[in-house]
Design a protein around this ligand. Structure first.
Ligand SMILES: Nc1ncnc2c1ncn2[C@@H]1O[C@H](COP(=O)(O)OP(=O)(O)O)[C@@H](O)[C@H]1O
Ligand SMILES: [Mg+2]
Length: 235
């Protein structure tokens, strides 16, 4: 559970997040809104890349904002990036293994966890291939695999389906749905594909130009006139 209170991020005159208050209280939670709404900014605040000017974030009783990014990884926070970040000259296997350096899991236990994450994401067959050789789908699945090792508690995905074909998107959907049961974390999912959000997210938060628009059961959120207007404004 992620409890966010009075969260404000400011760059000069721009407030990518403006006094956000919400408790993300479902296992798979959607995060949508037009371009520039502040979605990635929220993930950056959660993972510690951006320091807000005000606010508090509580994760199961832990004051998240008092922790460094590495301490947050230790706590079980994981993320993927809107522009996928795969180490080009490391193998698929080592890309996943390297995350475990930060959480002190080594040896046989590390090998088992990496292997499990690679099987789960369908990458076991290309474990030895280097990052630079992967296609977009494989890169996105690799980011997911990396987020599933070392006892993840909260996993943040920033548009993992962007650029995928329909078939790939279906595999992604099945993968996302299986994460909580298989690995245990809460998932926060940003995506523009409302079908993916509908199929996976019990509740969804909508942001619009840094402002909270609504949060609730995904079906009713997507049917909301104000939400539709915010989206239509974009497209
Ligand atoms: N480091 C930064 N410096 C200045 N402005 C930023 C920075 N990061 C994000 N912004 C601004 O914050 C707003 C929200 O951006 P972002 O969170 O990336 O939106 P989204 O992911 O919803 O498309 C945009 O107007 C963007 O230009
Ligand atoms: Mg973004």
């Amino acid at each position: 559970m992620i409890h966010i209170e009075n969260l404000t991020v400011q760059f000069g005159a721009v407030k990518p997040l403006d006094n956000l208050n919400v408790t993300l209280d479902v296992t798979i939670c959607g995060l949508i809104g037009p371009n520039g709404a502040g979605k990635t900014t929220l993930l950056n605040v959660l993972s510690g890349f951006i320091t807000p000017v005000a606010g508090r974030i509580d994760v199961d009783g832990t004051d998240l904002l008092s922790l460094s990014p590495i301490q947050r990884v230790g706590l079980g926070l994981r993320r993927s990036f809107q522009t996928e970040q795969v180490v080009e000259d490391l193998s698929v296997y080592d890309n996943v293994l390297s995350l475990l350096d930060h959480v002190g899991v080594r040896g046989e236990e590390a090998a088992q966890q990496v292997s499990r994450a690679l099987h789960f994401t369908g990458l076991a067959g290309i474990a030895a291939q280097i990052g630079g050789e992967l296609n977009l789908y494989q890169r996105r699945m690799l980011e997911i695999a990396r987020s599933l090792v070392g006892s993840p508690r909260i996993v943040l995905f920033d548009e993992p389906g962007a650029g995928m074909t329909e078939n790939e998107g279906e595999t992604l959907r099945e993968t996302l749905l299986a994460i909580p049961d298989e690995f245990g974390p809460q998932v926060l999912l940003i995506d523009h594909d409302v079908d993916l959000i509908s199929a996976t997210c019990e509740k969804t938060l909508v942001l619009d130009f840094g402002q909270y628009l609504t949060y609730g059961p995904t079906a009713s959120v997507l049917a909301d006139d104000i939400v539709r207007k915010a989206y239509l404004g974009m497209e």
